[in-house]
Design a protein around this ligand. Structure first.
Ligand SMILES: Cc1ncc(COP(=O)(O)O)c(C=O)c1O
Ligand SMILES: [Zn+2]
Length: 377
């Protein structure tokens, strides 16, 4: 089994707090560092469990956990579909709509709930823009853990129904995930574990499997570019971590991908900071976007996202909120999926980067279709 340590993503201090890792004492998120040396000696195909058709096929590169705690609904190992070339660019869509609760959030929750279960946690709480809450409810139900989900009042009813269907309690409060989060902090019982984005390091490990799958599905090659509709950023960090680990282990050779953050003009704190060359974002005032998962005005992982962009020589792109509905329809046709509006944001970002020449003909580009449109009515 791998050895693992928790390291601060900002000040790089090892975590020395209570038994369950949360945030660093400096307030920034922790990252799990795995001792990949043993794994590095083996090839990828010898190390992964090819008979496992879920993200747990990559268990050998995930933080160690005993069998009895693993909480899975068979998430991950989703199709990577080649689309028609777009102006000479080789385009692939990773279809995350087919995950058990309809979004890529299932990846993070499978890992987080498995590990919290191993620590003996009996109840969790989190604020959500919709999908993470549904996923948390489903995995908590599977694990026998109590789940409290805080959602903005503006959320479409099907999200509330789905969260409750999985046995979670729902509290509707405020206009954005930030308002829901503030209410949660006030009302939280001391025995509830805070499962908010990046307040524990396991959800990123689950999202990491997206990156492993993309490389495996490209026959152990890196794409040139990944275009990601970004809110809290765990998918971006997770994929970047995966690509770096695979490079370190020698599983994949060649240049690491360039990572792209796409946000709507209704809420674009990371694009704003990137364009100004800042290392830290400023909270976005009056956030409002139809791409609900991107309505995150003050993400705790802002500096981490900006580091990913810098390290990967990536870019952050803002797209016009008014253009999302038409792009949402278009990307459904081009990708052959029934996506949520976030896919429209990624699609607009991708097209603008091809138009501007930042993405070149012949490059291989991945757009994750992060969630299903089913609950948006
Ligand atoms: C469908 C969808 N896409 C993208 C995102 C943004 O993901 P991340 O928090 O990893 O930036 C979310 C988050 O809620 C989402 O639900
Ligand atoms: Zn720190």
């Amino acid at each position: 089994m791998l050895e693992s340590a928790f390291i601060c993503t900002s000040c790089k201090k090892p975590y020395e707090g209570q038994e369950i890792p949360t945030l660093c004492s400096c307030g920034q998120p922790l990252e799990i560092r795995l001792d990949l040396v043993k794994t590095a000696s083996a090839t990828a195909t010898a190390t992964i469990n090819q008979t496992d058709l879920s993200l747990w096929r990559y268990r050998s590169v995930l933080p160690p956990i005993k069998d009895e705690y693993i909480t899975t609904l068979i998430e991950g190992w989703t199709a990577l579909n080649r689309a028609e070339d777009y102006l000479g660019v080789s385009l692939y869509f990773k279809d995350e709509t087919v995950n058990p609760t309809g979004s890529f959030k299932d990846r993070g929750m499978s890992l987080a709930i498995s590990h919290l279960r191993s620590y003996g946690i009996r109840a969790v709480c989190l604020p959500s823009a919709g999908n993470a809450g549904v996923a948390a409810a489903a995995y908590c139900q599977e694990a026998g853990i109590e789940c409290h989900v805080y959602l903005p009042e503006t959320i479409p009813t099907p999200f509330v129904e789905a969260t409750e269907k999985y046995g979670a309690t729902v509290r509707l409060v405020g206009k954005t995930i930030a308002d829901a989060s503030n209410a949660m902090k006030k009302e939280k019982h001391e025995t509830w574990f805070d499962l908010s984005t990046l307040k524990e390091p396991f959800r990123v490990e689950g999202k990491k499997t997206l990156g492993y799958e993309i490389a495996e599905q490209l026959e152990w090659c890196f794409p040139d570019v990944v275009v990601y509709p970004t809110g809290g950023g765990t998918g971006l960090m997770g994929m970047w971590k995966a690509f770096n680990e695979m490079k370190e282990m020698g599983w994949v050779e060649g240049n690491l991908p360039r990572m792209v953050v796409v946000q709507s003009s209704g809420c674009a704190p990371i694009v704003n900071a990137f364009e100004k060359g800042l290392k830290k974002h400023q909270p976005w005032q009056k956030p409002e976007t139809s791409a609900l998962g991107l309505n995150v005005p003050n993400p705790i992982g802002g500096s981490w996202m900006l580091r990913v962009l810098q390290e990967s020589t990536g870019i952050a792109v803002m797209v016009e909120e008014e253009e999302i509905p038409a792009a949402w329809k278009e990307v459904a046709v081009v990708s052959g999926t029934k996506p949520s509006p976030e896919a429209g944001v990624a699609w607009l970002g991708f097209k603008s980067l091809v138009d501007s020449g930042w993405i070149h003909p012949k490059e291989v580009v991945i757009i994750p279709i992060t969630g299903s449109g089913e609950r948006y009515g």
